[in-house]
Design a protein around this ligand. Structure first.
Ligand code: NAP
Length: 288
């Protein structure tokens, strides 16, 4: 039997609709949510992501501005701009588009974002809060995955979740969020011996490795939920995930497509975090 497709595009529209309504209510009270995106260099993928984020903001009633720096920009100049944005009351969220050029210390730049404006959730404070289960701004991609599981009523508690990938932006926060919801979590990396031994035991399999077709049907338990975070550009220009969709969909219970799966959810969760940041700033202004 073919798996149910988790439709990230449709679900993201639903989430964006909720954000739009909340942004409109806030604007009526005098606070329009505002997001600043900082981009350094001319990485083509980053430029597309930034453009998509700005478009999504304008469709949701969120003000946005993009701060562009050349590839050879000085780190202190970029940090100086972030500090100005930290003080700007019209900006509620600040996002630094990653990756930064090699001569940058990415951690220092991320730590310069004010915690209450860290809508990407990458600041050490927010990561620490995630570890203790009290996250303010959960990182957008894993949070989008959690939203998908919730909206499709996929049980987490007591389930065995296997995550392929241990990056700071996807794999590790994903593991923490699933752990918080009571899953038994296994994390696999490029060093894991016999990957399929682990993946084939997963009730929920989340793949974020950046390796096209890494996961094939024989690596998946029948009826499992398979979430494909990977976005890979193939030589023919098409996008592909990390999962061999055609074969795995015949074995899984639920599966996300690429494109149209996790990607649109990531942007939707960024909009949510920006609206939450604006709501919190508004409440502070009111003295609540
Ligand atoms: P990353 O920083 O390159 O991390 C990749 C992880 O996968 C690493 O931990 C690596 O292990 C592991 N890995 C690589 N090859 C493996 C293999 N053969 N077996 C097991 N593990 C393997 O990448 P990332 O930033 O997490 O992104 C992962 C993918 O998700 C990329 O395709 C990226 O484009 C995509 N992505 C999508 C979204 C979205 O919105 N849909 C958002 C972010 C990222 P080691 O640590 O041992 O090297």
């Amino acid at each position: 039997m073919s798996a149910k497709i988790i439709d990230g595009k449709r679900l993201s529209q639903e989430v964006r609709g909720e954000c739009q309504a909340r942004a409109a209510r806030l604007a009526e009270k005098g606070t329009q949510p505002g997001l600043a995106v900082v981009i350094v260099g001319d990485n083509p993928a980053s430029i597309v992501y930034v453009r998509n984020k700005a478009k999504a903001c304008s469709e949701t009633g969120i003000y946005s501005e993009v701060h562009e720096f050349p590839e050879n920009a000085d780190q202190d100049e970029v940090i100086g701009r972030i500090q100005e944005l930290n003080r700007n009351p019209g900006i509620h969220g600040i996002l630094v588009q990653l990756p930064l050029p090699r001569h940058f210390d990415s951690s220092r730049v991320i730590e310069s974002v004010a915690v209450e404006k860290d809508v990407d959730g990458f600041h050490l404070y927010n990561i620490g809060a995630l570890v203790t289960g009290s996250s303010i701004f959960p990182p957008c991609t894993p949070n989008g995955v959690m939203k998908m599981l919730e909206k499709y009523d996929i049980p987490i508690e007591g389930q065995h979740a296997v995550i392929v990938g241990r990056s700071n932006i996807v794999g590790k926060p994903m593991a923490l969020m699933l752990l918080q919801k009571g899953a038994t979590v296994t994390i696999c990396t490029s060093r894991t011996r016999n990957l399929s031994e682990h993946t084939s035991r997963a009730d929920i399999l989340i793949v974020a490795a950046g390796r096209p077709c890494l996961v094939t049907a024989m690596m998946v338990k029948p009826g499992a939920t398979v979430i494909d975070v990977g976005i890979n550009r193939l030589p023919d220009g098409k996008l592909a995930g990390d999962v061999d969709f055609e074969s795995v969909k015949e074995k899984a219970g639920y599966i996300t497509p690429v494109p149209g799966g996790v990607g649109p959810m990531t942007i939707a969760m960024l909009l949510c975090n920006t609206v939450v940041a604006a709501e919190q700033a508004h409440a502070r202004l009111q003295g609540n």
